[in-house]
Design a protein around this ligand. Sequence first.
Ligand SMILES: Cc1cc2nc3c(=O)[nH]c(=O)nc-3n(C[C@H](O)[C@H](O)[C@H](O)COP(=O)(O)OP(=O)(O)OC[C@H]3O[C@@H](n4cnc5c(N)ncnc54)[C@H](O)[C@@H]3O)c2cc1C
Length: 456
Amino acid sequence: MVIHKKIVILGAGPTGLAAGYELSRSKNQVVIIERNKKVGGLSRTEECNGNFFDIGGHRFLTKEKRVLDLWKNILKDDFLERPRLSRIYYNKKFFNYPLKIKNVLKNLGLLNSFLVIFSFLKAKIKKQKEDNFEAWVTNRFGKRLFKIFFKSYTEKLWGIGTKELSSDWARQRIQGLSLFKAIKDALFRKGKEKTLIKKFYYPKYGSGQMYEKMAEKIKENQGEILLNSYVQKINYQDNKIKNIVIKNKGETREISGDNFISTLPINKLILKLSPQPPKEIIKAAQALKFRSFIIVTLTIDKKDLFPDNWIYIHDRNLKTIRIQNFNNWSPDLVKDKNKTVLGVEYVCWENDDFWNKSNKELINLAKEELGAINITKKASQKLGSSWLEEIKAGKVIKAKDAYPVYTPKFKDDLKVILDYLENFKNLQTVGRSGAFCYNNMDDSILSGLNSAHNII
Ligand SMILES: Cc1cc2nc3c(=O)[nH]c(=O)nc-3n(C[C@H](O)[C@H](O)[C@H](O)COP(=O)(O)OP(=O)(O)OC[C@H]3O[C@@H](n4cnc5c(N)ncnc54)[C@H](O)[C@@H]3O)c2cc1C
C-alpha cells in the first residue's frame, strides 16, 4: 500500500510531536511514524500496576517563553510546580545538593577539604590544554575534586575514560549542572549557580502526559500518528527523499511525501538511506555512538522512604548512576499512597553484556544495590530488616540511543554527515538524536518548531 502525505515526520518524541503540532495547527497535512506503541520518545511515561514512571525523571525547565507557553497551554492545571531535592551519594555519604558548606566539610573531613583547596589552587596556577573532559574539569576544580566527584560518575555514564571524552560535554553540561561548581561556590562563595533552582515544572501524571496531550491535539487538527511503525528504509533519488518503507505489525507499507523531518538517531538515518551513501559517510555514521539507558522500577510496600526526587550515585562500586523516587515527582504517579515507586537507573552500550541481562537479573541487581546504599539503612530502620523482601513489582525498560557520546572526534564525523545531508533539499534531521546533541526537552521542542517553520 502506498500513502502520500505532504509532510512525513519520523519519530513521535518531543521534537517530532512539536513539529507535527505546529504544522497541523497551520493546516498542513502531516503523518508521524513511531516505532513504539506510545508517543513521547525518551520523554514518555510508562506504567506498571497502575503506577507511572518516566524513562529517568524528566524536569520541565526552559528559558524560552515560546516553549513554556506551549507547555502551559497544552496541560493547563495539570502542569504542576514541584519542589526539587536531590543529593549525591559518594563514599557512603550523602552530599546535600545544593551543597551546604558544613555538610561538605563534615563529609570530606578537614584534611580532605584542605587538600581539595590546595589542589584547586595548584590547578589554577598550572593549567592544562583543554582538549578533553578531564583537563577541562581539572582546570576549574583541581585534580582532587575531579577524582572525588567527577571521575567515577562520568566513566559510569559514558563508558569511556574521562580523557577520551570531549571537553564539549563539560562545556555544555557542567556549567549548568555541576555539583562541583556548587562545591566551589560553597567553598569559595562565588555567587549563585543556575542549576540550584529548587523548583521545576512537571505534569501531574508524568512527563509523557504532555506528549500524549500534544498527540491528541495533532489528531484533532487532522494529523495522523502511526504507532508500532518502524522506519526500515528511506528511498531517495536526485537528492530528494522519495518515500520511506515502514513495517507495521508485520505489514510493509510505503509512505511518500513532499517534505521529511527525521528525529531518528542521525547515524541510523544514514544507514537506512537507499541507495547506500558513499563509504566515507557510512564510516562517519558508524563512528558516532550512543549510550543506552535502563531503568528498573521497584514498588515497595512502604511510604516516605526518603525525601529526594532523585539521588546521584557517584560510588564506583555500584553500577547504578541514579535512583529516582517517583512519589516525590508527583504524588499522582503512585496509585497507592502507602507505597513507594523507585527507579534504579543504569547506562550501558546497546547489546553489551549488561544490556543483554534478563529482567530478573536486572531486578535482582537493583535490589542488591539499593541494599548496599546507606539510604536503605535508614529505610530499613523504618521498614524492618526484611524490607528488601517487601519489594513487590518490578519493571524494566530499556532505551536505546539515550546519550550521544561526545568523543574528541565526534564533531568531525558529524560534519561529514551534515555536509552530505545538506544535499537533500526536502529532509531535515533534528532533535536530540537527530542532531546528535545532548538536548533537553526544551531544546528538542525548539528544534521541532523551527523545522516546522522552515517548511511553513
Ligand atoms: C535518562 C534521561 C533523563 C532525561 N531527563 C531530562 C530532564 O529532566 N529534562 C529535560 O528537559 N530533558 C531530559 N532528557 C532529555 C529528553 O529525553 C530529550 O531531550 C527528548 O526526549 C528528545 O526528544 P526527541 O524527540 O528529539 O528524541 P526522542 O525522545 O529520542 O524521540 C525519538 C523518537 O523516534 C523514534 N524512533 C527511533 N527510531 C525509529 C524508527 N526506526 N522508526 C520509527 N520510530 C523511530 C523513537 O522511538 C522515539 O520515540 C533526559 C534524557 C534521558 C535519556
